[in-house]
Design a protein around this ligand. Structure first.
Ligand SMILES: Cc1cc2nc3c(=O)[nH]c(=O)nc-3n(C[C@H](O)[C@H](O)[C@H](O)COP(=O)(O)O)c2cc1C
Length: 221
């Protein structure tokens, strides 16, 4: 019996040609960067208020297993979906969840985090977050770190995730065009089942695919 695979994910997982299929890039398998292959690399994972935030726990775990130093930053809305404690446990590091918590330190946290990063990824990136980022706002932990990242040396990947109607809004397309023009790298969402019980475009790619993408991007330099 064949399994429906509209996104071609199964084919990718099984193909030896796939960078994540055991053929290259130092990967140990689908979504599993080989232990130690990311050591010495610092990755910021931004989490915003989308239902797919639960999948980001797996992304953080896979990156940490690969040896990356992972710091998670969360918007207030994201903390409604998954607790900072989950990400703290998986990354083994403090979660940046409040821009004011260490405001008394001489070295502002967001600048230090932005300077230390080799790559940043926001997953899920909500419709609301994309709009704020496209406007250059920096009023939450995720956008504040990104405001201080130099994208010439530290790629910033965005994984939008939202209901298909939100994904189809002209505002979303407009904001993504602006962000691409500003040097952000957008990972197209998948097509499939959504939490609102419909099927369509806007679904966050599987966390293993995102882990592969991060590993590939870091290998490229
Ligand atoms: C149950 C629920 C699920 C939601 N899921 C999404 C989602 O998947 N994608 C999205 O863009 N917004 C979603 N939203 C709306 C965002 O949470 C809302 O726009 C919020 O302001 C985003 O905040 P942030 O961008 O600061 O994280 C959802 C809201 C609720 C109540």
């Amino acid at each position: 019996m064949s399994v429906p695979d509209p996104q071609g994910l199964l084919a990718r997982r099984l193909s030896p040609e796939s960078p994540s299929g055991g053929g290259g890039g130092g990967d140990a398998g689908w979504g599993r960067p080989a232990p130690g292959s990311l050591s010495g690399r610092t990755v910021i994972v931004g989490v915003t208020g989308g239902i797919a935030a639960y999948k980001t726990a797996t992304l953080v775990s896979r990156l940490a297993q690969g040896g990356a130093a992972v710091t998670v930053a969360m918007t207030e809305s994201a903390q409604r979906f998954v607790t900072p404690l989950t990400f703290q446990a998986l990354s083994g590091r403090a979660v940046y969840s409040d821009i004011w918590s260490q405001a008394d330190l001489a070295d502002p946290q967001h600048i230090r985090l932005a300077r230390s990063a080799h790559l940043a990824i926001v997953a899920p990136a909500s419709m609301d977050f994309l709009a704020r980022l496209a406007c250059g706002m920096a009023d939450d932990p995720v956008s504040l770190i990104l405001s201080a990242v130099d994208r010439r040396t530290c790629p910033v990947l965005l994984a939008p995730s939202m209901n298909e109607a939100m994904w189809s809004q002209p505002a979303t397309a407009r904001n993504l065009a602006t962000l691409r023009g500003d040097g952000f790298e957008v990972i197209d969402p998948a097509h499939g089942w959504q939490a609102c019980r419909t099927s369509g475009p806007g679904r966050m790619p599987e966390p293993e695919d995102l882990a592969d993408e991060v590993a590939r991007r870091l290998a490229r330099g």
